[in-house]
Write a protein that binds this ligand. Structure first.
Ligand code: NAG
Ligand code: NAG
Length: 451
């Protein structure tokens, strides 16, 4: 994985590999020594590389489900590569350029014809057995379409509007995931980049669902990653599957004059259909919480989230999220990795809500009574027994409360697994392996921006 990122970007990338016992109590590792280090320079002779003259920004990588094709989205081009030898193209490339008139409009609106007014592929994932779905910025007028996986050609049907599925600005954070033929995306919904949204569409059975445009819901977010956790699996409560989103945003809840960024985890339930009067076509299950990666005794806290990798377990209860965090200590860049178990994240969403108090103009723990069914929760068996079979049937009291209380009081807490000064970690992949001693280890593959 790291090999592909390094070689394909043409970026000078250092790949670090660390090994951690997955069971042991985790003492902090300051500037730990990687088990293996791969320098981009050293890798030039020994590793397969891929790059086409005149094509830049190989930023989307997607392995097909059967792992026989590595799909790559770049600037105005898509590729199908052999994962065992990425220098080999399995099919001729797809050129998907924004047309000249769109590029001209983009320039007239003040964007750069050198860097911005192109079609940057920002989404590329399997849709079903025969097709992929892809979105590009299309010179600041995002568009999406299907790709025939066998022939590796763009669909001949008209391009779909990419608004809300793909950012306008190629430099902005974005994440998306296709779950059961529905696309969940977290992006900026307008040309100016001032309307953040987490939305769902593509599905036949549901209409499009969105977050509210309220600063309490999303406040200048920088979206980083998303993940599906199939929490309905073996659930005695009849729980629903959930889609998790990871991002940094400007915190409203901190009493500071300066702008403070915090890392967040948010989630929605897959079966959410919105409310029928309140929160119509809006998530009734959008909840978010702070992702805390810190060493309280040293007053060290990491607030900027760079990347997240979701490591599945034997079943969903074993899911672990690994996050890369950044901070600056004076002039020194510091990177850290923190890990969160799904059970700890769930507990935060089942805990107290935060509330804005008009009188003191501060956010604090909500201690009043909570309506029933519990706001922000998925529909479960006990709700069904009370006659609530879908979010459309939820009472206004529950929905109004959910709308006003998207933020949880407690944080998902973790101490850094490792912490390194003078390096920017950029990418992370984690593999769980069994060692010769029969113990389970997590192997962390980390890409950096240094060479
Ligand atoms: C595209 O790549 C170039 C260098 O290859 C880089 O300067 C630029 O920031 C990249 N743009 C985006 C939107 O990633
Ligand atoms: C880390 O990234 C920041 C900006 O994101 C940059 O200013 C800095 O030079 C980078 N540090 C290293 C060690 O590459």
């Amino acid at each position: 994985m790291g090999v592909c990122i390094g070689a394909m970007g043409g970026v000078e990338v250092l790949l670090l590999v660390f090994l951690f016992g997955s069971e042991t109590s985790l003492a902090l590792n300051w500037n730990p020594v990687p088990r293996k280090t791969v320098r981009y320079q050293d890798s030039l002779d020994s590793m397969a590389k891929f790059g086409i003259q005149g094509v830049f920004n190989y930023s989307m990588l997607t392995l097909s489900e059967h792992e026989r094709v590595l799909y790559v989205g770049a600037r105005e081009a898509l590729f199908a590569l052999d994962p065992n030898d990425i220098s080999r193209q399995l099919r001729p490339q797809i050129d998907w350029q924004a047309p000249m008139d769109k590029k001209r409009e983009c320039v007239i609106k003040g964007k750069s014809n050198q860097t911005e007014c192109f079609n940057y592929i920002r989404f590329l994932q399997s849709y079903n057995h025969t097709h992929l779905y892809t979105c590009g910025t299309y010179a600041f007028q995002p568009k999406c379409t299907y790709v025939n996986a066998d022939y590796f050609t763009l669909s001949t049907s008209p391009l779909e509007d990419g608004k809300g599925k793909c950012p306008y600005d190629p430099a902005k954070g974005h994440t998306g995931i296709i779950v059961d033929k529905e696309l969940y995306s977290a992006t900026l919904n307008n040309f100016l980049g001032t309307e953040p949204v987490i939305q769902r569409n593509l599905g036949q059975q549901h209409y499009s669902m969105k977050t509210e445009y309220l600063p309490a819901w999303l406040n200048e977010p920088d979206f980083v990653a998303s993940a599906l956790v199939r929490e309905s699996g073996g659930s005695k409560e009849g729980d629903d599957d959930k889609i998790y989103f990871f991002f940094s945003e400007r915190a409203l809840e901190l009493d500071c004059d300066t702008e403070v960024t915090v890392a967040r985890v948010a989630r929605v339930c897959k079966g959410d259909l919105g409310g029928s009067r309140t929160l119509q076509k809006k998530w009734t299950t959008f909840q978010k919480a702070r992702l805390d990666c810190s060493l309280p005794e040293r007053h060290v806290s990491f607030n900027s989230l760079q990347a997240v990798f979701t490591l599945p377990g034997q079943d969903w209860r074993g899911t672990t999220f690994f996050g890369i965090f950044h901070a600056q200590w004076g002039d020194v860049d510091v990177s850290a990795v923190c890990q969160y178990q799904i059970a700890d994240v769930k507990k935060v969403f089942e805990g107290s809500y935060k509330e804005y108090r008009e009188a003191s103009q501060r956010w604090g723990r909500y201690s009043g009574s909570v309506p029933s069914p519990r706001p922000g929760s998925c529909i479960t068996n006990s709700d069904r027994e009370s006659g609530y079979n879908s979010s459309l049937q939820l009472p206004d009291a529950t929905l109004n409360f959910a709308k006003k209380h998207p933020l949880m009081e407690d944080k998902a807490l973790a101490r850094p697994l490792l912490l390194t000064k003078g390096v920017n970690f950029t990418r992370l992949v984690v593999d769980r392996v069994t060692g010769l001693d029969q113990r389970a280890y997590n192997v962390l593959f980390i890409g950096t921006g240094t060479n």
